[in-house]
Design a protein around this ligand. Structure first.
Ligand SMILES: Cc1cc2nc3c(=O)[nH]c(=O)nc-3n(C[C@H](O)[C@H](O)[C@H](O)COP(=O)(O)OP(=O)(O)OC[C@H]3O[C@@H](n4cnc5c(N)ncnc54)[C@H](O)[C@@H]3O)c2cc1C
Length: 414
């Protein structure tokens, strides 16, 4: 429905991504959910062979030079086979590589981006720590300058690809005396001596992505593995939040879509009281609500994608991607909820994949920044825009257009 928002190349890669989802074997999807597959290397290798990952990066580094709208179309399609497939696809190619493409050196791009986009190596993103994920700048993982290298010590938790990744993008404190926004540095850390996957989590959904806790003990990180500037992680973090939240939104739509498709088909065939259940308003209206939320989600995703492509003001983008993430992830959980509801008891069983989709999608409002954190960002940016608005070009002030607007002693603020 939103294909008109894509250019020819965007439509082409979307069709290729759709073709790729048909390639994903059924057994692979089921084995991921059972944690029989611990990390989907075969899936990522195939995505690499098809040159689907990181399509917005320059061709020079293995991308296709496309835009964010095309990226969203790919992420949506990949999400349809399962949220965790899109998670693993996204974390390495769309998040870690985004940081390296935007802030890294050419040598880093050659060594870490190109082979990843070819599906030959895998990466994970390490922000969250056992002490907390929301308070990211309170990071306690530390990297000490030892002259030729940095000595890394600390832990990161809930890392997709903790098992399976060949390298990690790690944020660590390098200036403990500095204020939080100037204290951290972003590093590429190879899996090697001192890097240990200590614990793998038993998850409600999104299984098979090797999600675990990593321990870094006296890891020697070469200085050339700094991404961006020393103590400059804030800049990297800021740009990374775009793929984190916009990419998450796009793939969430994809993950929810099959639930609506299945519920639509089921409610057209299933009969109660002698008629198809979609004849009952109680059923049809739930499907209608889900369809509306799906399209509204697409609208906000593509509008934000275009704002990013057109290089809109960075702080407005910050609010837009946060709004998009919150709206889409909540809407898509509602879509999956409605789908299960209209299917009755069978929707709650593993005869249909809707129960898996419900489990998987629960992650959407927790990871890449919780939706409470999104609300906090939205509020902060909204009030900032309000206080800094240029009154001369602002919309007409309507406050006094009320019969009793001048009523004495009624407009009380304290
Ligand atoms: C399956 C899975 C995969 C993940 N993958 C990755 C990954 O690959 N890499 C990575 O770095 N992280 C990953 N995460 C971590 C995820 O991003 C964090 O769990 C999330 O940011 C929340 O951090 P926390 O769990 O420490 O919760 P906390 O930060 O402890 O928050 C707990 C609660 O307090 C609320 N809260 C905290 N601060 C505020 C505030 N200021 N205002 C309002 N409410 C607040 C939160 O919204 C939440 O409800 C993953 C998590 C899961 C479950």
């Amino acid at each position: 429905m939103h294909d008109y928002l894509l250019n020819d190349e965007g439509r082409k890669i979307k069709a290729e991504a759709r073709e790729f989802t048909r390639w994903v074997p059924k057994q692979m999807i089921l084995d991921m959910d059972k944690d029989i597959i611990r990390f989907p290397k075969e899936f990522l290798q195939e995505a690499g062979r098809r040159n689907l990952m990181g399509c917005r990066y320059p061709k020079k580094w293995g991308g296709r030079g496309l835009d964010w709208a095309a990226t969203c179309a790919v992420m949506e399609e990949v999400g349809t086979v399962g949220y965790i497939f899109a998670c693993t696809f996204g974390v390495g190619a769309e998040l870690v590589c985004d940081a390296i493409v935007l802030h890294g050196t050419d040598a880093q791009k050659e060594k870490y981006v190109r082979p990843l986009l070819e599906g030959k190596i895998f990466a994970a993103e390490c922000l969250t720590e056992p002490r907390g994920g929301s308070d990211f700048f309170g990071t306690s993982t530390i990297a000490e300058d030892k002259g030729d290298y940095f000595l890394l010590n600390g832990q990161k938790r809930f890392i997709v690809g903790a098992e399976g990744a060949d390298y990690f993008l790690v944020y660590a404190k390098t200036d403990p005396e500095a204020e939080p926004h100037k204290a951290l540095t972003c590093f590429i850390v190879d899996r090697g001596p001192g890097v240990k996957t200590e614990y793998l989590y038993g998850l409600m959904g999104c299984r098979g992505g090797g999600t675990g806790r990593l321990v870094f003990k006296d890891v020697e990180v070469p200085k050339e593995n700094i991404v961006g500037k020393l103590n400059g992680a804030y800049a990297v973090f800021n740009t990374m939040m775009i793929p984190e939240r916009l990419g998450t939104s796009a793939m969430t739509i994809g993950a929810a879509r099959p639930a609506l498709d299945i519920a639509t088909k089921y409610s057209s065939r299933r009969k109660a009281f002698g008629v198809p259940i979609n004849m009952f308003q109680g059923v049809g209206f739930q499907v209608a609500e889900a369809a509306m939320l799906l399209d509204a989600s697409r609208s906000i995703v593509y509008t934000t994608a275009m704002a990013v492509d057109k290089g809109q003001d960075a702080r407005q983008i910050r609010r837009s991607v946060s709004q998009t993430k919150k709206f889409v992830t909540e809407s898509c959980q509602k879509i999956a909820h409605n789908a299960m509801q209209v299917m009755g008891g069978i929707g709650y069983t593993n005869v249909f994949p809707v129960e898996r989709i419900v489990r998987d999608l629960r992650l959407a409002s927790i990871w890449t920044g919780t939706n409470e954190v999104m609300a906090h960002i939205i509020a902060t940016e909204w009030y900032r825009e309000y206080t800094q608005a240029d009154k001369a070009s602002a919309a007409r002030d309507m406050e006094d257009v009320a019969d009793e607007s001048e009523a004495p002693f009624e407009k009380i603020y304290e």
